[in-house]
Unconditional design. Structure first.
Length: 331
């Protein structure tokens, strides 16, 4: 693991080389919410990410780039090319950089970068290099980060929707237990006490947290196995620990009624998404007017459907869930 102290930190305001096609941004609203861009060794995706961000020209940009794998000259070349791409941001903004000298991986590299981000800001948007948002995603996050900033139950704002066009309610978003991390936003107050090692999972009150949250045997067994694997160090990930952190604190997530993020990172270069699935390259749709729900209630029907759509439980798990089902539509 590469510690933060071993990384380079730079702050600068880009003033030169502002491309002509972005000059119109000086006369329109610019995003004032800080954005964290998580990079590694894919310069082509990095260019696309910068192009997406240019549509809102965030005034505060945080860039975290993982380092090359030890002894891998190709990896080092690609990492350096990524740094070159983001050397001159094509709009005027303040930039902070976190560059790692060696490879930290998706578990420690991403979690430590998010920790670094929230050590500087109280709220913000997090994007990985292969997650391409539409423009409305940024304004969606901006409004909801402000609306729920003092509501400690709301811990996560997702940008993805994998409900396959099914709508829940009349609002622009619904409340969920699942934090989707392909483009998301949150607050320092929510990230505080996040533990990459899930050290308190063995406590009796936390060991059964999935059962208490979902009352669904299939979801319970699936995530108990995942969490046990994470605790045993068998899973190279940071996001399952975020799930656990939110559920342990009885937190609630926001999911838009339409998908606002397209993940394009399904190839041999990915850490986990090395092949295409039903959630690959899902098209986006803008949310131009935000209608808020009238009450804060988690939609369990939506969460059950998401679980079936994304996590693909086995037939045995589904049958057990039918036998143990005791689920109302809403909490």
């Amino acid at each position: 693991m590469t510690q933060i102290s071993n990384a380079d930190h730079e702050i600068y305001s880009s003033k030169d080389n502002v491309m002509l096609k972005y000059q119109k941004l000086q006369t329109v609203n610019r995003l004032t919410v800080p954005v964290l861009l998580l990079l590694y060794n894919r310069p082509d995706y990095t260019r696309k990410s910068i192009a997406c961000l240019s549509s809102v020209a965030p005034s505060s940009l945080y860039i975290a780039c993982d380092g090359p794998k030890n002894g891998n000259s190709k990896d080092m070349k690609l990492c350096n090319e990524v740094k070159t791409v983001v050397q001159n941001i094509p709009w005027k903004c303040t930039v902070r950089r976190l560059y790692r000298h060696s490879h930290s991986g998706s578990k420690f590299g991403l979690s430590e970068s998010i920790k670094w981000f929230f050590s500087h800001v109280s709220k913000g948007i997090i994007l990985e290099d292969d997650c391409m948002p539409n423009v409305s995603f940024f304004w969606f996050c901006k409004e909801l980060l402000e609306k729920y900033k003092n509501n400690k139950k709301i811990m996560h704002i997702s940008g993805t929707n994998f409900q396959r066009k099914r709508i829940y309610g009349n609002a622009s978003y619904y409340f969920s237990r699942f934090p989707q991390v392909w483009g998301w936003a949150s607050w320092r107050r929510a990230w505080r006490q996040y533990d990459i090692d899930m050290r308190d999972y063995t406590d009796s009150k936390n060991y059964t947290i999935v059962k208490k949250i979902f009352h669904n045997h299939g979801i319970e067994r699936y995530f108990e196995k995942i969490f046990e694997s994470v605790r045993a160090g068998k899973v190279e990930a940071w996001d399952y620990q975020w799930f656990y952190h939110i559920w342990k604190n009885n937190g609630i997530c926001i999911t838009p009624q339409t998908n606002m993020i397209t993940n394009i990172g399904f190839d041999h270069r990915a850490t986990h998404t090395t092949y295409t699935t039903s959630v690959s390259y899902v098209p986006t749709k803008e949310i131009n007017v935000i209608v808020h729900p009238k009450r804060l209630s988690v939609c369990r029907d939506a969460d059950e459907r998401l679980f079936l759509n994304i996590y693909k439980p086995t037939p045995i798990m589904i049958m057990k869930d039918i036998l143990f089902r005791r689920i109302p539509k809403f909490e």
